[in-house]
Write a protein that binds this ligand. Structure first.
Ligand code: HEM
Length: 446
């Protein structure tokens, strides 16, 4: 009989301290635990529960190839239910999850994504329109405006108009309101009678009403061919021929806003940070962009003529995977890399530690985009978008948007970093550059 051990070794630190570190300095907690305990260890994160953390490629293979009935992903997101709704892809498990993925998947296929190029270009140019030399900008804020516009135009197909403007403003204000920080949603809900919860409900009800008006308007127009994701979803049917109803559409649209808004913006902000901290990499990128002509098109930026730009995006997501761990909840005994994990435990596939293994990535703390030109990595070594049946559905859109937005910004502007020190800091759903990354616009590039 093969030898198995129970949970990996525990970190000897009071749960309350572990939880505090998890919120305030997650990278440090993960790194120091691995230094002390090795590739697999167990954290006690107080109200978050027990986390069995794995980062060895063999363990990640076990997690991502496991039967989805044995490892649930949606349970960890249940705190988001009041915002996303019960039909959200993020909350579903097993068959209902599979059914929904089959419905949404084609709209996010890499071949479809190229069709959204004009919308990504437009959203970026709109955000850069009033940039002028000498001005200081907070990169994270600008990029969040760009990514919200990409979602509202490429996903929802919103065009200019009163409803579009109101929806844009309300979603932006709602998601940026620190009272409604997604990380604190559980706590806010517990204070059920509070004014903050009532304000939250009111804000969300108006957004829901606008979303449903948009869905009904699009149904009446019968223009599923408009080339956006909502159009595809309106035309799609389940295997039994039934279309998605308005409630499901509302929940999925909200899910796409929440998952796509801060993630891509944070990734672009980190890329700009690292490029300006690595002059050789920036210079090489400028050279590549120059070769694409004065105003490179989205197709050129996202295509094979810009390999360095692609490697810069990959290396950024390696150093800063945006979401450092993806969690699954065990539904029964589960064997992971020689450990017999009992039911009711959160198994954390640690993307951050997997991306910092010196055995896989030489000099793991150094920004070296060329490593992605030198060799390919397996999906259990490099996994910024998670893995298995829950892998990020927006992966192709996110990578496309990163390449196009970075390419447009850097082919038009020279930027200078202003922050003396940049630290990783938790935002609503991601770990982003502290303070939002301040930069000065030095000059227009000719
Ligand atoms: C750089 C940007 C992004 C990163 C790093 C990222 C990363 C991730 C990760 C790590 C997961 C969890 C995967 C797992 O549990 O194995 C995820 C799930 C998801 N992401 Fe993304 N994401 C990004 C952008 C987007 C965008 C633009 C969208 C859509 C507009 C999106 C939609 C989703 C959805 C719907 C899920 C849930 C999938 C499921 O449960 O089946 N993401 N993402």
């Amino acid at each position: 009989m093969q030898n198995v051990s129970p949970l990996p070794p525990r970190l000897e630190l009071p749960a309350v301290q572990q939880s505090l570190l998890w919120r305030a300095r997650p990278y440090e907690l993960l790194r120091s635990s691995r230094e002390r305990l090795g590739d697999a260890f167990t954290l006690d994160l107080g109200s978050h529960g027990t986390y069995a953390v794995f980062s060895h490629p063999d363990a990640l293979r076990d997690i991502f190839s496991a039967d989805p009935a044995l490892l649930h992903a949606g349970e960890g997101n249940v705190v988001l239910k009041p915002l996303l709704g019960a039909h959200s892809l993020l909350l579903l498990e097993e068959k209902p999850h599979q059914r929904e993925r089959r419905m949404l998947g084609p709209a996010f296929h890499s071949r479809r994504i190229e069709q959204y190029g004009a919308r990504v270009l437009e959203a970026t140019l709109a955000a850069l329109r009033d940039w002028h030399p000498g001005q200081s900008v907070v990169i994270q804020d600008v990029m969040q405006r760009v990514s919200l516009n990409v979602i509202l135009t490429a996903v929802f197909g919103l065009e200019d108009g009163t409803r579009a403007d109101e929806l844009r403003e309300r979603i932006q204000a709602f998601l940026n309101d620190s009272k409604f920080n997604l990380g604190n949603l559980g706590q806010l809900r517990e204070e059920h009678q509070s004014e903050a919860w009532a304000a939250y409900r009111r804000g969300l009800e108006r957004i829901d009403a606008l979303l449903l008006e948009e869905v009904r308007h699009r149904r009446e127009l019968k223009d599923s061919e408009r080339g956006d994701i909502l159009g595809m979803l309106l035309a799609a049917t389940y295997e039994d021929g039934a279309p998605l109803d308005d409630g499901v559409l509302r929940d999925e649209l909200m899910t796409l806003v929440v998952t796509g808004y801060e993630t891509t913006a944070t990734a672009i902000a980190w890329a700009l940070h690292w490029l300006h901290a690595s002059p050789g990499a920036l210079e090489r990128l400028h050279g590549e962009l120059r070769a694409l002509g004065p105003e490179p098109t989205p197709a050129a930026l996202a295509g094979s003529a810009a390999p360095w730009l692609k490697a810069v995006c990959q290396e950024t997501l390696r150093l800063h995977p945006i979401i450092p761990v993806v969690a699954r909840r065990t539904q029964g005994m589960c064997r992971i890399q020689g450990h017999e994990v009992p039911p009711g435990v959160t198994v954390a596939a640690c993307i951050y530690l997997a991306h910092h293994r010196p055995e896989t990535f030489a000099e793991p703390d150094v920004f070296r985009p060329e490593r992605f030109l030198e060799r390919a990595y397996s999906p259990f070594e490099y996994l910024p978008f998670g893995g298995g049946v829950r892998r990020c559905i927006g992966m192709a859109l996110a990578l496309y948007e990163m390449k196009v937005v970075l390419g447009i910004v850097l082919s038009r502007f020279e930027l200078a970093p202003l922050d003396p020190q940049v630290r990783p800091q938790r935002r609503a759903v991601t770990i982003a550059p502290s303070g939002g990354l301040h930069m000065r616009i030095e000059r227009l590039r000719s």
